[in-house]
Ligand binder design. Sequence first.
Ligand SMILES: *[C@@H]1O[C@H](CO)[C@@H](O)[C@H](O)[C@H]1NC(C)=O
Ligand SMILES: *[C@@H]1O[C@H](CO)[C@@H](O)[C@H](O)[C@H]1NC(C)=O
Ligand SMILES: *[C@@H]1O[C@H](CO)[C@@H](O)[C@H](O)[C@H]1NC(C)=O
Length: 361
Amino acid sequence: MKVSALSPALLGLVASVHAASSIEYSTVTGYFLQDETATDASTFDYTAVNFGLINRTYPVDQELKRHGKDFTQWERFYHQVQKLNQDSHKDVEYKVLFLGRHGEGWHNAAETYYGTPAWNCYWAELDGNSTATWHDAALTDNGINQALIAHAFWQKEIDEQHIHTPDNYFVSPLTRTLQTANYTFSGLSLPDGSATFKPLIKELFREGISIHTCDHRRSKSYIHELFPSWPIEKGFAETDQLWNGVTAETSGAQDVRSSTVLGEVFFSSASSKRDAFVSVTSHSGEISSILRVVGHRTFGLSTGAVIPVLVKAEKVGEASATTAVSWTVSAHCTAPPVTSVSACVCPSSAAPVTTPLVTDV
Ligand SMILES: *[C@@H]1O[C@H](CO)[C@@H](O)[C@H](O)[C@H]1NC(C)=O
Ligand SMILES: *[C@@H]1O[C@H](CO)[C@@H](O)[C@H](O)[C@H]1NC(C)=O
Ligand SMILES: *[C@@H]1O[C@H](CO)[C@@H](O)[C@H](O)[C@H]1NC(C)=O
C-alpha cells in the first residue's frame, strides 16, 4: 500500500497580535519542593507533602513570636509573603499562584486509547467516536474524582494548616476546567474573612490552541448556563474567535498570551498587593507556558494536580511595542491512520491536508 507520511507543515501564518508585556516575572525559589531539581515531577504527589511547602523558618517568624502561640508552616509562609509585599517598591508585587490542571477529560482518555500519533493526526480532529465525545471534553468519572481529591486536600489544609485560601480565582473557559474548579472549590468550609469562590472566567487561561476539537471552546451562553453565578471577563466573545481547526498556536505565541494574561492578574485594580494568593484552574500546556514565563523550571503536572509558585512581578517601563506572533498550519489525515506505533501514517486515500476535518466551526 502506498502511504504518505505526515511531515510538519512550517507555513507561518500571522494570526495574532498581542501587546508586549512591560512586566518582568521571576520565580522566588527556596519555599517549595517543586522548585528544586531533586524533586521528580513524574512521581510528585502534592497532597502527600503539604502542597510541597518546605519546612523551614522565615525572617518574619520573629514577628509572630510575640503572639505567643504556634503558627503552622502555611500561616508563617503567608505572613512571609505579606511581608515581602509590604517591604517592596510599589512597582513590585509578589503572588502565590496555585496552578491547577483539570482532572482527566475524555480527550485524555482517547489519547491513551488511540495512542498519541494517531490521536494527533486524526482522532483529535473529530468531535468524538461512537461512544465518547471530546470536543470541548468534559471530565471522565476519574477526572471528577481527581478534582474531589483536590477538594478534600484543600479542606484538610484549611482545617489543619489554616492555609490562607485564594483571594482571587481564575478559570479557563473550557468545560473540563470549569468543572474542575467547581468540584475543587464549591462547598469548602472556608475560614472567616476568606474571599468567596466566584472564579473569573478568562479567555487567555485556555489551553494552547491546536487543531484538536478539545481546544475549541463553547459559546459564552453555554458557559453562563453551566455556571450562572460565575463572572465572565469583559469583552469575552459569544463564540470562539481563536480556534479554527486549521492553524495552531506556537509555544512562542502561547507564551506571549500567557504573559498578557498574567499582566491582568498582577498590578490589577481588582487585586491589591494584599491579595497575594491566587488560584488559576487551567491546562497542562498552558500551565507549562505560565511556568516558562515566570522562569520556573519545567514541572509537568498529571491530570488534577496543583502546583503553588511564588512569583515576583516587577514593572520595568511602559507597555510598548506589539509583537506579531506566527501560528502554523497542522497537517492531518482525513481517514483513520494505518499505523500509530511511533509516527502517524495516513492511508494512501488520505494524504495529509491542512483544511479542517470538521467543517462545523
Ligand atoms: C514537614 O514536617 C512534617 C512534620 O514534622 C512532615 O510530616 C512533613 O512531611 C514535612 N513536610 C515536608 C514538605 O518536608
Ligand atoms: C471511544 O473513545 C473512548 C476513549 O475516549 C474509548 O474508551 C472507547 O472505547 C472508544 N469507542 C470506540 C467505539 O472505539
Ligand atoms: C458543581 O459542584 C457541586 C459540588 O461538588 C456538584 O454538586 C455540582 O453538580 C457541580 N456542578 C456542575 C455543573 O458540574
